[in-house]
Design a protein around this ligand. Structure first.
Ligand code: NAP
Length: 279
């Protein structure tokens, strides 16, 4: 078994990006809008801030009260859309269920949508056109590419159909000529699919859910889950110790996909800047 080391790949991506930024000689701007104070979101926003500041981006964290009015959020987004110093805007998920998430996401200009969640960017992804793509699924593709793991023709099984991970990843994999099966909580006989997977991606948020008996010999395992255990430790959706001797590659948690997500946000901010300048 070989580890797919997200930290190593992130450092490589950020090193390459730093070179591009030196040539650019401009300060990029990234804004994260957080609504309410979800503790996990606090951690993710801190990671994004650190990444942005390490790269010399201007980072603005707008933290709104959970009772904020939807029109107020839309007015803030409109202002950021028209701000020339802002390259990328993202709304940290989850947001309070009283708000219309699609309306808020779609208010962001597609070329500033560094989370790739506007209908326009999702449509472009489905049509295999160049677009800003959600960071976690893009990170998975870049991780596989870094380790020269073929995607074309492979049986790719993804468990989890969220807008943030499973659905965009399915499109990315189809665009790379994989044969894709997207499973979810209503899938009957999940093992039937997982046991046939050359590449198994698990994004469900259930600690140590996938065991040795559910995976194929020599499979590539991508564990997206981040679960905090009672002892404070993080673990994935795959039982790492149980499967590690049976598979060819596996991502650790932490240190795998999560690292890639941050790197892809840095890349998307750069891409968003270049897109805007080309308009
Ligand atoms: P989500 O929106 O809660 O979606 C979970 C998905 O898992 C749903 O599609 C659900 O099916 C499916 N599911 C739940 N239980 C299942 C079961 N027993 N069997 C089969 N499918 C099942 O989750 P998410 O936002 O995609 O996140 C998933 C996990 O990834 C979480 O642990 C999250 O923290 C982590 N995550 C990590 C990163 C990273 O950077 N590493 C980024 C994003 C998320 P239904 O659709 O039928 O309900």
């Amino acid at each position: 078994m070989k580890l797919l080391d997200g930290k190593e790949v992130k450092l490589k991506i950020l090193e390459d990006l730093k070179q591009k930024l030196l040539n650019l000689n401009e300060k990029l701007g990234l804004v994260v809008i957080q609504i309410g104070n979800d503790p996990a979101s606090d951690v993710y926003v801190r990671q994004k801030k650190k990444m942005a500041e390490d790269l010399g981006y201007n980072f603005n964290h707008i933290n709104l009260d959970e009772n904020v009015n939807e029109d107020e959020i839309l007015a803030i987004i409109d202002k950021l859309n028209n701000d020339d110093m802002v390259d990328g805007i993202l709304v940290q998920m989850p947001i309070p269920s009283t708000l219309n998430v699609k309306r808020i996401q779609n208010a962001i200009l597609p070329y500033k949508d560094v989370d790739g969640l506007t209908d326009i960017n999702i449509g472009k992804l489905v049509h295999n056109e160049d677009s800003l793509v959600a960071c976690t699924p893009m990170g998975i593709i870049d991780l596989l590419d870094y380790y020269n793991i073929d995607i074309e023709g492979k049986n790719v099984v993804i468990i989890g159909r969220s807008d943030l991970v499973g659905k965009p990843l399915a499109s990315l994999m189809i665009n790379r000529n994989a044969t894709v099966t997207l499973c979810h909580s209503k899938t009957i006989n999940l093992d039937f699919y997982t046991k046939n997977a050359d590449i198994l991606v698990v994004a469900i948020g259930k600690p140590n859910f996938i065991k040795r008996d559910s995976v194929k010999d020599g499979a590539v395992i991508i564990d997206v889950g981040i679960n905090r255990m009672a002892n404070g430790m993080l673990c994935g959706d795959v039982d790492f110790d149980d499967v590690k001797d049976k598979v060819s590659y596996i991502t650790p948690v932490p240190g795998g996909v999560g690292q890639m997500t941050v790197a892809e946000l840095a890349l998307n901010t750069y891409k968003a800047h270049m897109l805007r300048k080309s308009k």
